[in-house]
Design a protein around this ligand. Structure first.
Ligand SMILES: [Zn+2]
Ligand SMILES: [Zn+2]
Length: 258
């Protein structure tokens, strides 16, 4: 399985940098988890192949360019873009984003080939299929309805925490999975900002360290994501100081393969 965290920040020469302001993972160039930077950072080829997007929660950093992505492709789509999310999240997207004010309600629009955007609601705890992937999502502990998930192809299984603070169901799901290859987990704020992290339901390196004691799998790759750009260096230093084997900060733009 190939996974890429799309870049969301560029330097004065237009080159992608490592700061992560938006969240969007591409899996095998065809399925996206979240859509923060999807319209900014997909290649022309990826724009032609990504037709399934799983939305973990409606925070702006996870959906910012989703409307632009659908808009870009509107006239060219031969099959619709499928948005996979819980009913709760779909309702929020329809109410707050695709509401004819912020942007058109694409779920009601068609081009010459048919609908351009179709919602595919899923239930937490119930396995579902997205393209060639099998996905199970569960609620995590964030300030809006949010899911974490495990994603498998025939060979490999990867867990994504999305945005969360201390949580239980996600670890139950992860630990029930017989074989896990990698865990992508958030570490947003430095240790000194534990109070803000707790209030906004995110991890610091210290709280992540406590949380990782709930993980039963040994020797898997752990990639930390969602480091707040303003504190990136500090959070990265504090993560390194934990000396957790195979824990690294995920690089944007790089294609990881398991
Ligand atoms: Zn969030
Ligand atoms: Zn976020």
């Amino acid at each position: 399985m190939k996974i890429q965290l799309l870049p969301s920040t560029f330097d004065e020469q237009g080159r992608a940098t490592q700061e992560q302001r938006l969240t969007c993972y591409l899996i095998d160039d065809c399925v996206a988890i979240d859509a923060g930077s999807i319209a900014l950072s997909t290649s022309d080829e990826q724009r032609n192949t990504v037709r399934n997007i799983i939305v973990t929660h409606p925070h702006m950093d996870h959906i910012a360019t989703l409307p632009i992505f659908v808009d870009d492709l509107f006239g060219f789509l031969k099959s619709p873009i499928h948005i996979h999310a819980t009913e709760e999240v779909i309702d929020l997207l329809e109410r707050d984003i695709f509401n004819w004010t912020v942007y058109p309600r694409f779920s009601e629009l068609k081009n010459e080939h048919g609908p351009v955007m179709v919602y595919q609601p899923f239930k937490t705890g119930v396995e579902f299929q997205v393209a060639h992937l099998t996905v199970t999502a569960v609620n995590v502990n964030h300030i809006v309805p949010t899911v974490g998930m495990i994603v498998s192809d025939d060979q490999k299984t990867i867990a994504f925490s999305s945005d969360t603070a201390e949580t239980e169901e996600f670890w139950k799901l992860v630990n029930q999975t017989p074989q896990l290859d990698a865990l992508l987990i958030e570490a947003s704020f430095p240790n000194a900002m534990a109070e803000l992290a707790e209030a906004s339901r995110h991890f610091t390196p210290e709280s992540l360290n406590r949380e990782l004691r709930k993980l039963d799998h040994n020797g898997i790759d752990i990639l930390t994501v969602h480091l707040k750009p303003a504190y990136r260096e500090r959070v990265a230093r504090e993560l390194k100081a934990l000396s957790i084997p195979r824990l690294k900060v995920m690089e944007t733009g790089r294609t990881y393969e398991w």
